[in-house]
Ligand binder design. Structure first.
Ligand code: NAP
Length: 301
């Protein structure tokens, strides 16, 4: 990788700790300093041997860093940026991994008006959180979306792109508002649906909770994986990407009504046609290497 010799990571949870591990494995010449606001997380990260150094103070962690990556919940980006500001080198590049981009880009630009800020989002993750949950291969073959704006220096965008590629990711560049629409439908809405259905099932009076769990292989359990995702992270995603989520939710509600009507009218052709199209989408995801072809997500039977 060109350019970066020292990388600072702020937030050592699932994504921050995966970054630390991936850099150690794939970019052994790069020095990594880590920081997390939580003393407990810093202790855990030290015990796991993550990063070359883990520093208690956010500004101190910035010493000599060429690239800083903020890996905190999106609602904490502004605080994290304010805390690192006094320690930053003048030519440091600041980026993040937040799941929504327009509001994060605005918060970072406001907190760090004199620095090159280039937001990014690795579209890779799991339902687990914390430093022990991370792993080095998390970004391999996954997409990382970089969202520069008109003021972003071209070389900085290139250097950040090269960094993510060196960690095994594929990089796409798009504007923050478009990112937020794309992710609203591919990630945020599916999480909202999963959170809804798992909540609904647990509150149904006619079906006991033990039955919901016992018969979950019928489909329910696949929603529970998503609905087990970090509550703080996801609270922040919905608050930060409000407009795009509400717009896609409106479309979803319309489509749900179409299916509801087809069921009520006994319109089997409509249902079959719809389900045939959705099956083709699953096939495309597998063909493009974005999921395993093994049936039932590779579960052992
Ligand atoms: P996580 O495992 O909960 O880790 C976040 C860490 O940041 C926690 O240790 C947290 O400490 C710490 N933190 C919070 N505020 C801080 C601050 N102001 N300064 C320093 N550290 C702070 O979360 P994650 O899953 O890694 O998510 C991190 C970011 O990546 C989020 O913006 C999320 O939207 C994005 N992302 C997540 C996924 C995913 O699948 N999980 C995928 C792509 C992108 P406390 O616990 O004490 O608050």
């Amino acid at each position: 990788m060109m350019g970066f010799e020292k990388v600072a990571i702020v937030g050592l949870g699932l994504i921050g700790s995966s970054l630390a591990r991936a850099i150690a494995e794939r970019l052994p010449g790069v020095t990594v300093t880590g920081h997390d606001a939580s003393a407990e997380v810093r202790g855990e990260a030290r015990a796991l041997g993550l990063c070359d150094t883990i520093v208690d103070d956010a500004a101190e962690a910035m010493a000599d860093a060429d690239l800083v990556i903020l890996a905190v919940p999106v609602g904490r980006m502004a605080d994290a940026a304010a805390a690192i500001a006094p320690g930053l080198k003048a030519d440091a590049i600041i980026s993040d991994v937040g799941s929504s981009k327009a509001s994060v880009a605005e918060a970072l630009a406001k907190a760090l008006p004199h620095h090159a800020v280039i937001p990014a989002h690795p579209v890779a993750g799991t339902e687990n959180s914390g430093p022990a949950a991370g792993f080095a291969s998390l970004f391999e073959g996954r997409w990382c979306i970089v969202t520069p704006d008109a003021r972003s220096p071209g070389e900085a965008v290139q250097a950040l792109t090269g960094f993510w590629e060196a960690l095994g990711a594929r990089v796409d560049v798009m504007d923050a508002a478009h990112h937020d629409m794309v992710l609203a439908v591919t990630s945020h809405l599916p999480h909202l649906i999963a959170y809804t259905i798992v909540g609904t099932a647990s509150e149904l009076e006619e079906v006991t909770e033990s039955e919901v769990i016992k018969y979950s292989a019928g489909g329910f359990r696949d929603f529970t994986r998503i609905a087990a995702s970090d509550p703080v992270m996801w609270r922040d995603v919905f608050l930060a990407n409000k407009d795009a989520v509400l717009a896609t939710l409106q479309r979803f509600n319309e489509d749900l009504t179409v299916l509801q009507q087809a069921i009520r009218r006994g319109d089997g052709a409509k249902l079959e046609d719809w389900f045939t199209r959705t099956r083709a989408i699953r096939r495309s995801i597998i063909e493009q290497g974005q999921d395993d072809a093994a049936p039932d997500f590779g579960r052992k039977h």
